[in-house]
Design a protein around this ligand. Structure first.
Ligand SMILES: Nc1ncnc2c1ncn2[C@@H]1O[C@H](COP(=O)(O)OP(=O)(O)OP(=O)(O)O)[C@@H](O)[C@H]1O
Length: 592
């Protein structure tokens, strides 16, 4: 229960913070709800006034009726307009917070947890519900205020009529039952719904289209999509059927109570103990009992959904706080000093059982160009992810200039790291901006952008685009053009070379779309400037399967099933005649 109050407080606080005046204005609607029972009461008074020819009563009743009608409509229209505007603003505030929290988490480790993804998926789905949260809060307040007014009027007719409430009360636990069933169904269907969304994305993804066609996978994906949707919908459908049954029981029970209440007042009127006005008031107001006692139940059911969504937002807040809590806050070193040292580093992906890196210990002197080689799945990219701090080592330490990287703020470290990766982004902006993103403070600096592209040996890329650096990328935009994979890759390399003073620059096979001589030329040139010019002792890490590129590195690390099997220069490793020499010879033979 305390949780529910905390969730409600979160909604109200967010609304008041977002727009205090509209929040105040949204109280108009509950005030309007009070007019329902008052209307019934004045109607009864009017009937009595008519039958007894009592002019004062009749006049009071008519004025009362006019005032309640006017107030009800003014409160409803003005209040609704205020509330709708507020709900929209609150929705934006929640959407922004969710995007900021989810997007701002450092590293990628949290994304490996299926639980995180499922909850985030539910949160994403309930973003609309959070936006509408105010509607539910106000609707519940309306119903509660209306119910209170109704109770007062019923007591005025006869206190026993209030017993009608007893027939409406089962609505409360029944609504809670419906709510729980729906919540359970939502949780059960989260994983298959996520799978279905993934499959739908795959079916529509232009990048997957060639493989889907070549392998004839279209129908297979559609079949799986169909199965996933069916699995996701089944628990929700079942919950709906149960909810329908529960609603039917609720209505029948209330109908019995309604008949008894009105019958009781009629019986009293027949015996001269009540007036005709009481009968009219009872009929009108007893109908409202159905709305206004069931109203809070429905309101609470709706609130339950909203509060669950608010609960998920609280979870995301707590999760973000927990993820960032243990992270260091020291600034990144100015220069690499004695270089980078991996000390007995072992790593396994969150939730996975197998060690991907095991007891890796290696020292990388400052200013070094390091090449990482090894077979597919050996752990090369994982090594890069630890250096760029997309993940934290499971055991062991990464020391930069003698400082444990875990103590450095991830943001501060990332500002001094740059890289281009196998899976590079394809940001659909203007071409120059897509490169400038690599160093946000200089994103619009044309000279810096061109210099970065030149370092990526792609100085002529803009010349090949219809509007040069101003070309809009992405064919779905007006005047937008699509690029070849190689051109996207050139932009990614340009981005990687934007930062003026990185401490680590990682290239994780970002040149797979370039031919071997171009890749070789690119890294020769880049490595020469990296070695010559950097006062910071920056380290360049290059993952490549091409030995023609790798051989000129200062240090070659050969990764084999998660361990550093060999380390040294090309000459050292060839002399050693171990794994490197074997892989090198194999590649040389295949190119011969
Ligand atoms: N996000 C992940 N979650 C779980 N396991 C992963 C994840 N990413 C990689 N792995 C596993 O870690 C191992 C090492 O992967 P890694 O990408 O580091 O290899 P690699 O040497 O770079 O391979 P390649 O040359 O094919 O790119 C592989 O067995 C892979 O299946």
């Amino acid at each position: 229960m305390r949780e529910r109050w905390a969730e409600l407080a979160l909604l109200v606080r967010t609304a008041v913070r977002t727009d205090p005046w509209r929040s105040l204005g949204s109280l108009l609607e509950p005030l309007g709800s009070l007019m329902f029972p008052l209307f019934g009461w004045f109607l009864g008074l009017a009937v009595d006034g008519l039958l007894t020819h009592d002019g004062t009563r009749l006049t009071t009743a008519v004025v009362g009726l006019l005032v309640t009608i006017a107030l009800r409509y003014v409160a409803a229209y003005v209040g609704t307009a205020i509330r709708t505007g507020l709900a929209e603003r609150v929705g934006f505030a929640f959407d922004e917070e969710i995007a900021r929290l989810a997007g701002g988490l450092p590293g990628l480790a949290h994304q490996e947890h299926a639980g995180y993804r499922d909850r985030l998926e539910l949160l994403r789905q309930s973003q609309g519900a959070l936006g509408q949260s105010l509607n539910h809060v106000v609707a519940t307040a309306n119903a509660l205020v209306g119910a209170l007014g109704t109770a007062v009027v019923l007591v005025l007719v006869h206190p026993l009529v209030l017993l009608l409430v007893v027939f409406a009360l089962p609505a409360l636990p029944l609504a809670a039952l419906q709510q729980r069933g729906h919540a359970r169904a939502e949780e059960t269907s989260a994983a298959p719904a996520r799978l279905a969304r993934h499959l739908r994305g795959l079916a529509l993804d232009p990048r997957a289209a060639p493989e889907l066609r070549v392998f004839g996978l279209g129908q297979e994906v559609l079949d799986r999509l169909d199965r996933a949707w069916t699995t996701a919908r089944r628990p929700l459908h079942r919950a709906q059927v149960v909810a329908f049954g529960i609603s039917a029981v609720r209505s029948v029970v209330f109908a019995v109570g309604f008949g008894l209440a009105v019958g009781f007042v009629l019986w009293r009127a027949a015996r001269g103990q009540a007036g005709a006005g009481d009968v009219v008031t009872a009929v009108v107001v007893c109908q409202q009992v159905q709305n206004q006692v069931l109203g809070p139940a429905y309101g609470l059911a709706g609130m339950g959904r909203v509060l669950r969504a608010a609960g998920r937002l609280r979870w995301l807040r707590a999760h973000a706080a927990a993820v960032t809590a243990g992270l260091g806050d020291r600034p990144a070193p100015e220069s690499l000093g004695e270089g980078i040292e991996l000390s007995e580093v072992s790593f396994r992906y969150p939730g996975a059982g197998t060690w991907v890196l095991r007891d890796v210990s290696v020292r990388i002197p400052p200013g070094t160009v390091v090449a990482v080689v090894g077979e597919n799945g050996a752990g090369k990219s994982t090594l890069v992810k630890l250096l760029t701090r997309l993940y934290e080592p499971t055991r062991g330490r990464v020391l930069v200039a003698g400082t444990d990287l875990a103590e450095v703020s991830p943001d501060a470290w990332r500002r001094r790291v740059s890289g281009a990766f196998q899976d590079f982004a394809r940001p659909e902006f203007r071409a120059a901006y897509a490169v400038g993103l690599g160093d946000l403070p200089r994103r619009d600096d044309d000279r810096a952008v061109r210099a970065a592209l030149a370092r990526a040996t792609s100085a002529d890329l803009f010349g090949a685009l219809p509007r040069g650096p101003a070309t809009q990328l992405g064919s779905t935009w007006p005047d937008g053009v699509d690029l070849s994979t190689g051109q996207w890759q050139q932009l990614a390399l340009g981005r990687a070379l934007m930062r003026p003073d990185p401490l680590v620059v990682c290239f994780d096979e970002p040149t797979a779309s370039l031919d071997a001589p171009t890749e070789h030329a690119l890294f020769e040139r880049y490595a020469a400037t990296a070695r010559a010019g950097r006062a910071t002792g920056a380290v360049t890490v290059l993952v490549s399967h091409r030995f023609s590129t790798v051989r000129s590195a200062d240090l070659i690390l050969v990764v084999d099933r998660g361990r550093i099997a060999e380390a040294g220069t090309h000459a050292d490793l060839m002399r050693r005649a171990g794994l490197y020499a074997e892989l090198y010879a194999m590649q040389a033979r295949s190119h011969a």
